[in-house]
Design a binder for this molecule. Sequence first.
Ligand code: ADP
Ligand code: MG
Length: 361
Amino acid sequence: MTMGANLLLSNVTKFYKDFKAVDDVCININKGEFLTILGPSGSGKTSLLKLIAGFEKINSGEILLNENSIETKKPYERNIGMLFQNYALFPHMNVFENIAYPLKIRKYSKADIKNKVTELLKLVDLENVEERYPKQLSGGQQQRVALARAIVFNPPLLLLDEPLGALDKNLRQKMQLEIKHIQQKVGITTISVTHDQEEALTMSDKVCIMNKGKVEQIDSPERIYQRPKTRFVAEFIGEINMVDCKIIEIDEEVAYVKAFNDREIKVIIDHDNGLEVGQDMLLVFRPENIAIIKSAEEWENTTKATIKEIIFVGDTLKVKVLINDITEVMIKASPSIKDTLSIGKNILLGWDSNNCSIIKD
Ligand code: ADP
Ligand code: MG
């Protein structure tokens, strides 16, 4: 079973009256890719999905599915699979009938329906419960039925809008991986919407961060996390340190900045970024990317620091340090070195140029 299409959004804009909910959005999703749209409540995520599904009309821009414009097509003509938070299974239909429903309304033959539903039951691992009714299923099983129903008719695209939002944390994490595995097996191009950063990083090939209707960054989960391009992205995901700095030299994909008063820090930068010597920037780095080191040798960037606070959080130690008596920075360390640390102690920190980046403020 293979499905999936290429989806291109170019300069898509949506107004509700005079409020711009989706602002000049450009996204390209390749066949078989899993893209997650991540952003705070009200950032336009659901609106964007509705435009793709055809429940709302775009005001300007273009949506191309396999190079064909779908703007004039009605939702059912777009034939897109959907799984939303309040996915309602039909309570009076058993599992088999629920999954068969989209095929029935598309007038598939009885034999085709039997084959296809059997295939899907196997895919979502529900072969032994096909005669049960929704209320006889666990939350996770209901979710899998809903997923099977959403993809049984070989849609070119699957849209998920916070489908796991109603589940408790453990089940949600389990279902994230299950949906991801099924998506990979089937190869269906998928767009998922969430405000849960962990979910986005776990499930996606690409993450699109939205803020106030605009795309802030589209990148791999690793790059979104390690190399945020804007302050919003940096702050929205995980814990991060942001320190004022000034560019003193640019050499292709490397920049040297002055930070912590007098330190020269080497950072990897992206090509074609419009950066200039003398610019004021923010140096950003994750707490876990800074190491407490014994000697400055072999590290591209080092600085002295003083320990201000040590916080035990189970699997890590969070250590608040002061650099050059002015800049507070949070770092993480293994709890196994707890005995070697104490408040007021002077330590040496080390990190490499690819473990930090600079962004415009
Ligand atoms: P998200 O899914 O990211 O929470 P939405 O796309 O639902 O965001 O909403 C984006 C913005 O558009 C919000 O400010 C919301 O109030 C507004 N909005 C959404 N739907 C409508 C509508 N039908 N009419 C007017 N405003 C709307
Ligand atoms: Mg929403």
